[in-house]
Write a protein that binds this ligand. Structure first.
Ligand SMILES: *[C@@H]1O[C@H](CO)[C@@H](O)[C@H](O)[C@H]1NC(C)=O
Ligand SMILES: *[C@@H]1O[C@H](CO)[C@@H](O)[C@H](O)[C@H]1NC(C)=O
Ligand SMILES: *[C@@H]1O[C@H](CO)[C@@H](O)[C@H](O)[C@H]1NC(C)=O
Ligand SMILES: *[C@@H]1O[C@H](CO)[C@@H](O)[C@H](O)[C@H]1NC(C)=O
Ligand SMILES: *[C@@H]1O[C@H](CO)[C@@H](O)[C@H](O)[C@H]1NC(C)=O
Ligand SMILES: *[C@@H]1O[C@H](CO)[C@@H](O)[C@H](O)[C@H]1NC(C)=O
Length: 812
């Protein structure tokens, strides 16, 4: 492959063909100089290879070139020394992620058609020149992560940008600019500016209130600088602002009430400043707010109205001067994912209501003055991964209910006044003495560096008979439970995802179009992982290496617009470990996309019909349990039932650990009020999976989802699609299974799943027949008579457990 690919076609206008990419990736280390001979070349894209060396000078002389993209390689050299540069037609210059050095090359300022310049992540140094004003078509200016400086103590080059009337995105982050933000030139920047980023630039002085003239801004990121003074009250004019990032500066005064008028605000990061006073009471007006970081300030109180922010996901109030008890109202913030209230002066007892926060992944209350015992209700924090209650005055025993927290990875109860036995079950086996030290009255296993617990059962004979009469049977039961649990664990082989320590807050970012464009390599076909009625899904790798999926809505189709909004709204407030997580979104007039968790194993559909990776009974059961759990959450876990409306195997995605995540909420419905169902004029769901009442009358209800689930259950265990050609109006998948079920399960079960020769055949056949019976209960014709999602979960768990037992008995 490597030897016979020559760049011979001199008429080539586009040079980014996949085959060329492969050849570059595997066969060459340097850019072949022959590319300079392609005198008609308009697009050159050699991004994401492992190219080293310099860029052949002849390429800079290809006057037809419109796009010059070589991002994410290891190219180097000093571009400002290249002599003959003739690139009059250049529109896109994309050099990010290389090692180019020297000053910003001057030829750039001759490319008057340039609209996107991306030099992020190189070693450019010297002054940022005042000549950007020549580039009147410039939309994206990205100079982040270099060694660029400013020629004057005021950022004078900013004023030259006032000529660039189309600028939408400026990113100068991570350059040692060492200067102040000049008031007039900031206010004079293009009105189309959406994103202004100057994170970690050593910028000092105040935040110019003129920034509020730029009313199209959606993101301001000035974090990690030396900005001082007050937060300008004029910011309230920025009605489109979604992200305001001012952390790690020297801002002082109180948080102005005016911030509460930013109706679109999603993320507010003000941590690491010198802000004082109370958190504004009006903050509860910010109904779009999901992330609030106010840590490391001098704040003194939280108004009671604050707890009305019922959709907030992340709260960080750590290292402030907050006092008083934690209010009961915290229990209202039902969708919270992370709480960090450590290093304050909170006192009183921990409200039991916290146990109702089913999505909470971390709870940090260390270094406060909390008293009383750890509520039993903590055992209900089913998503909890990290718990830190260290350095308080907590007393009483460690509730055994914590053993139920199967995702718990990090625990710190050190330096309290806890007593009694340290639980041994659940995740407790993983924790070391470091999690419990400084509690003198705890006892338990010697490897936790605590004394052994005193037992009193040996004392009298009646206690002995009690031991035999009650404790023994009890402990046998206990053993069985433990064995079952172990079995379940082993067979499931699941580990809680390994991102326990990664603060999700840091992950969240506003995504400008260009960044997504970059991360998907220009929405290249190579990265396409799915296509549907509403648009396409691409795999993307972000600058920090994180893999995500980007769902781009096809805006030519009017419906897609609406479905973007629906999906966004839904996903903002619903969270469950078996639902796809939305990391962020990107939205402007012409482009709408959602950035989602990436699922490396693709969809259940792919697995069901692939010949080389066959799922066994356990895997299929576990996947269906995951989907059913997601459904239970949608139907019962939220204040109003959410109806998915489009359950099918292609919407069930599998992560690294083969845990299933339900995706695609583009036609989901929220049933509010008293309604148990609603009527939908347009039928959008997928033929074959759709409940009959939905098809006939457009009636949307939880029962409809249950029907689709039942069909999917049949499909998963028969390996036949409801739309398979062997089925028709008279003989549907459902009728076929129903007819055969009493006679022989073997007729309908997926041939890859079960054969007479299998060991444990009886147990397996039994299990599959239970599954089909459950599928029948899901697909009863009358919606009212169908089983509900809660019952489905219980039944599936039972099937799995009993199957595990069978296997165990047979193998003995
Ligand atoms: C640049 O291109 C012109 C013609 O397009 C050619 O005459 C000249 O020699 C080239 N220069 C270099 C350095 O390749
Ligand atoms: C820019 O263009 C002018 C006029 O076309 C030319 O004289 C100059 O050499 C060019 N500069 C660079 C750095 O290419
Ligand atoms: C503002 O921009 C205009 C051009 O758009 C320019 O003429 C004017 O001098 C600028 N004012 C300042 C103070 O930079
Ligand atoms: C820009 O902002 C300043 C200060 O907030 C204000 O006085 C001025 O009127 C604004 N200019 C425009 C054009 O909005
Ligand atoms: C909360 O904010 C502080 C800075 O104020 C930071 O150090 C800490 O890591 C944050 N907590 C979480 C969980 O992100
Ligand atoms: C818990 O916190 C204490 C200090 O507060 C620390 O010494 C200990 O290492 C922490 N334990 C774990 C498991 O991180």
């Amino acid at each position: 492959m490597c030897s016979n690919l020559y760049i011979t076609n001199k008429a080539l206008t586009v040079c980014s063909l996949p085959i060329l990419h492969e050849w570059l990736f595997f066969c060459v280390r340097e850019i072949p100089p022959e590319i300079g001979n392609l005198r008609n070349l308009e697009e050159l894209d050699l991004g994401h290879n492992k190219l080293v060396g310099t860029v052949p000078a002849a390429i800079f002389n290809l006057s037809t070139l419109k796009e010059f993209s070589i991002p994410n390689n290891s190219l180097s050299g000093c571009l400002s020394s290249i002599a003959d540069v003739r690139l009059p037609n250049l529109e896109v210059l994309n050099f990010w992620g290389n090692n180019f050095s020297g000053t910003i090359p001057r030829f750039i300022f001759n490319a008057s058609k340039l609209s996107a310049l991306d030099l992020d992540g190189n070693s450019f140094s010297g002054f940022i020149p005042n000549t950007f004003g020549n580039l009147r078509n410039l939309k994206w200016l990205i100079l982040s992560d270099n060694y660029l400086t400013s020629s004057t103590p005021e950022l004078s080059f900013l004023s030259s940008l006032s000529n660039c009337k189309s600028l939408t995105y400026i990113d100068l982050s991570y350059n040692p600019l060492d200067s102040i933000l000049p008031r007039t030139s900031v206010g004079n920047l293009s009105h189309s500016l959406e994103d202004f980023e100057m994170n970690n630039c050593n910028v000092s002085g105040g935040i110019p209130e003129e920034i509020s003239n730029l009313t199209n801004l959606t993101t301001i990121d000035l974090g990690g600088n030396k900005l001082n003074g007050l937060i300008p009250i004029t910011l309230s004019k920025l009605q489109k602002l979604q992200g305001l990032v001012l952390y790690d500066n020297k801002l002082e005064g109180s948080i102005p009430d005016d911030i509460c008028r930013l109706a679109e605000l999603y993320e507010l990061e003000l941590d690491g400043n010198k802000l004082s006073g109370s958190i504004p009471a009006c903050l509860s007006n910010l109904i779009s707010l999901r992330i609030l970081s106010l840590g490391s300030n001098e704040l003194t109180s939280i108004p009671l109205t604050f707890w009305n922010l019922e959709d907030i996901l992340y709260l960080n109030f750590s290292s402030n001067f907050l006092t008083g008890p934690l209010p009961l109202e915290i229990g209202k913030l039902k969708v919270l994912v992370g709480i960090d209230f450590s290093m304050n002066n909170f006192s009183g007892v921990i409200p039991t209501k916290i146990g109702g926060l089913k999505n909470l992944e971390y709870l940090f209350l260390g270094y406060n003055r909390l008293q009383g015992s750890i509520p039993d209700s903590f055992g209900d924090l089913t998503s909890l991964k990290s718990l830190n209650l260290s350095n308080n005055n907590l007393s009483g025993t460690i509730p055994a209910s914590l053993e139920k927290l199967s995702y718990l990875e990090n625990l710190n109860l050190s330096f309290n006044k806890l007593e009694g036995e340290i639980p041994r079950g659940g995740s407790f086996g993983k924790f070391s003495a470091e999690s419990f030290k400084g509690n003198e009255l705890l006892c338990g296993s010697p490897n936790l560096q605590v004394p052994p617990c005193k037992t009193s059962i040996h004392h009298t004979s009646w206690k002995n008979s009690l031991l035999l009469g009650i404790v023994l049977p009890l402990s046998t039961t206990f053993m069985i439970v433990v064995i079952l649990l172990i079995l379940r664990y082993r067979q499931r082989g699941k580990q809680p995802s390994n991102d326990a320590n990664m603060p999700l807050v840091a992950m969240w970012r506003m995504f400008p179009y260009l960044e997504l464009c970059r991360a998907t390599d220009g929405f290249s076909e190579n990265n396409l992982i799915g296509k549907g009625g509403f648009g396409s899904v691409y795999k993307a790798r972000l600058g920090d290496g994180m893999e995500v999926a980007v769902k781009v809505f096809n805006l030519e189709c009017g419906r897609a617009f609406k479905s973007f909004d629906v999906e966004c709204d839904m996903m903002k407030s619903i969270r469950h470990r078996n639902l796809i997580k939305v990391i962020s979104s990107c939205s402007n007039e012409e482009f709408k996309a959602l950035v989602l968790e990436y699922m490396p194993h693709g969809s259940l559909e792919k697995y069901l019909y692939s010949s080389n990776c066959i799922l066994d009974i356990f895997q299929r059961l576990n996947i269906m349990i995951d989907v059913a759990s997601a459904l239970e959450y949608l139907h019962f876990g939220y204040s109003a039932p959410v109806i998915h409306c489009d359950l099918k195997p292609s919407n069930v995605l599998l992560d690294d650990n083969m845990v299933a995540h339900l995706s695609d909420f583009s036609i989901a419905k929220l049933l509010t009020g008293e309604d148990q169902s609603m009527t939908q004029t347009q039928t959008l769901a997928t033929i074959g999976y759709m409940a009959p009442e939905y098809g006939r009358e457009g009636r949307v209800s939880a029962n409809g989802d249950v029907y689709s689930f039942g069909i999917m259950l049949m499909e998963t265990f028969t390996g036949k699609k409801p739309t398979d050609e062997i089925f028709n109006e008279e003989m549907t998948l459902k009728h076929w299974v129903n007819d055969w079920l009493p006679i022989s399960t073997m007729e309908v079960v997926d041939v890859n799943l079960l054969s007479q020769e299998d060991i444990h055949f009886v147990a397996k056949e039994q299990c599959v027949s239970f599954v089909f019976n459950l599928a029948m209960a899901c697909t009863v014709e009358s919606p009212e008579q169908r089983i509900n999602a809660k019952e489905i979960v219980t039944k599936l768990l039972k099937i799995r457990d009993s199957y595990g037992c069978f296997l165990n008995l047979e193998s003995e």
